[in-house]
Write a protein that binds this ligand. Structure first.
Ligand code: GTP
Ligand code: MG
Length: 287
């Protein structure tokens, strides 16, 4: 770049490298999604298509940033965990945060039609983002446990609330009054006795959120390659960390075996994209 007398202004830019050897977590959250979900008529309390759109946007972020070892999403938020040793963008906080936030947002819009087929996107959604650093593995586990406990509390409440409104005809105010001061056990009981709903049988994606991990995916004899899988397990328990030892150990994606009929929307989206790319390459090769 040519030098000019104006170049001194560059020295006003401040360095913002994050500490070495700490977990870097970036959490995004939809702005005003209370209104956004209403305007776009999301199913209540959970819209599976809208949640999978979030998941697919998060997969796009993980495909771009190979140092993200885990992402966790629920409602209108997503957390991305970069491995401690990452040197992406020389660990510059503003670069990391702005790239992740903008790629997630553009991917959300880009995939809207695909996931929400019959609905028109009526205005551009946006997401805020923050970076938080966690020095120990326990801190990281506690962070993810905190976000997962949040889903449980909110989802149990929302499920009870919307059943009272949509099935019992209560106003929002009446439903709120009915649930005020209740404990989890009361809400479980209410769902079961009034609506015949066993909360534990509701889709795990609604109850636990979505965990995205890199795995070598094996699907019968048709596929064996590294992809991003979506799980809806309990991260609060030790079992999750024992089942996925690569996360806190020497990082090397583990195996994930899946049957063709059990492929999730998130995996199907990646496999369809691979097939389209391969077809495109064949066409280019032949032409
Ligand atoms: P800010 O984040 O502060 O801008 O507010 P917000 O309106 O986005 O609310 P917040 O992030 O606290 O919560 C997300 C909101 O999104 C929920 O309260 C719901 O209203 C809405 N939402 C998220 N996922 C769904 C869904 O699957 N279905 C429906 N119906 N609403 C959802
Ligand atoms: Mg929000």
């Amino acid at each position: 770049m040519a030098c000019s007398r104006f170049e001194y202004v560059k020295s006003f830019e401040q360095g913002d490298d994050v500490l070495q050897n700490v977990w870097i977590v970036i959490r995004l959250d939809g702005k005003g999604f209370h209104k956004f979900s209403k305007v776009h008529d999301f199913d209540k309390p959970n819209d599976a298509n809208a949640l999978n759109l979030m998941n697919i946007a998060a997969v796009a972020v993980m495909e771009e940033f190979r140092d993200i070892i885990l992402a966790y999403g629920q409602s209108d938020e997503y957390s991305f965990v970069f491995r401690k040793e990452t040197n992406v963008f020389n660990r510059r906080a503003s670069k990391l945060l702005s790239y992740v936030t903008s790629l997630f947002t553009s991917s959300y819009v880009y995939n809207w039609m695909h996931c929400m087929s019959k609905k028109t996107l009526l205005y551009p959604p946006c997401f805020d983002g923050r970076i938080v650093l966690y020095p120990s593995d326990q801190n990281l586990r506690d962070y993810l446990s905190w976000r997962q406990a949040d889903v449980h509390i909110n989802n149990l409440y929302n499920t009870a609330f919307w059943n009272l409104v949509l099935k019992s005809g209560l106003t929002n105010q009446e439903a709120e009054t009915e649930l005020r001061g209740t404990f989890s056990a009361d809400k479980n009981e209410l769902l079961f006795t009034k609506f015949g709903i066993n909360y534990n049988n509701l889709p795990a994606m609604f109850r636990k959120g979505t965990i995205l991990l890199r795995k070598r995916v094996k699907i019968e004899n048709s596929l064996n390659r590294q992809l991003i899988v979506d799980l809806h397990n309990d991260m609060i328990r030790d079992k999750f960390w024992k089942d996925h030892t690569e996360l806190l150990g020497k990082y090397k994606p583990g195996d994930y075996v899946c049957e063709l009929e059990n492929i999730s929307t998130v995996l199907k989206h990646q496999i369809d994209k691979l097939n389209t790319n391969e077809k495109q390459e064949n066409i280019e090769c032949c032409s």
